[in-house]
Design a protein around this ligand. Structure first.
Ligand SMILES: [Zn+2]
Length: 216
């Protein structure tokens, strides 16, 4: 039986507050558009030619969307949707599409996350797991931190018996430039509680998400 909690306990509230990241823009949209215009000139382009006239506006809008996770918090994202549930079975959400941006080049990181936890009296809706991944992905990231933040968020929200997060991703800054390894996938993981302590639990998770990396 599932019932919505009337109110969260204090520890959960504090955990959520600690995980929230809010930022206020310190420059105007006009200043941001001007910066993109400067970049275009620096690249040898004419920002006043027809095809580029609206590019600064579009780039600012796109970048704001791709980093909109800065303006979200776990609290508003979950909207109280933490439920009591007496189950000790692993909850696994696999193949969550991830679209993030690397903080070194502001180029795309594309991949998938697999997220599991073993409840300890509390669960959240499965769609919320994907929304948590999306919130952290929509920030400038390194893959290791993204992976850890997803795990920390679930740990803080649910205090479960264990959390496991595996992220597989390909980085456009590697694929399109530099080493140009188009087939390279980076795999990162964060294991907490039972997944860190118990090899069998970890193996069960790893076997459930096993497949060859790549888009298909
Ligand atoms: Zn990069």
């Amino acid at each position: 039986m599932t019932a919505q909690l009337p109110s969260r306990d204090l520890a959960a509230d504090q955990a959520i507050a600690a995980l929230a990241t809010q930022s206020q823009p310190r420059v105007s949209d006009a200043e941001m558009r001007q910066a993109v215009r400067t970049l275009l000139i620096g690249l040898g382009e004419d920002p006043d030619r027809e095809g580029l006239l609206d590019t600064p506006k579009r780039v600012v809008k796109a970048l704001k969307f791709l980093t909109s996770g800065y303006n979200q918090s776990l609290d508003e994202l979950l909207n109280g949707a933490v439920f009591h549930e007496d189950t000790n079975e692993m909850v696994l959400v696999r193949d969550i599409d991830l679209f993030s941006s690397c903080e070194h080049h502001i180029l795309p990181i594309l991949g998938r996350a697999h997220v599991a936890y073993i409840p300890n009296g509390k669960v959240i809706g499965l769609s919320k797991v994907a929304r948590i991944c999306e919130m952290y992905a929509r920030r400038l990231q390194v893959q290791e931190r993204l992976t850890a933040q997803i795990a920390d968020a679930l740990q803080g929200l649910l205090q479960p018996q264990g959390v496991a997060v595996v992220v597989e991703a390909t980085h456009m800054c590697m694929v399109m430039r530099g080493v140009q390894k188009s087939g390279s996938w980076t795999v990162t993981s964060a294991m907490k509680g039972a997944f860190a302590d118990d090899a069998r639990t970890r193996q069960e998770f790893m076997s459930l998400i096993r497949h060859s990396p790549g888009f298909h």
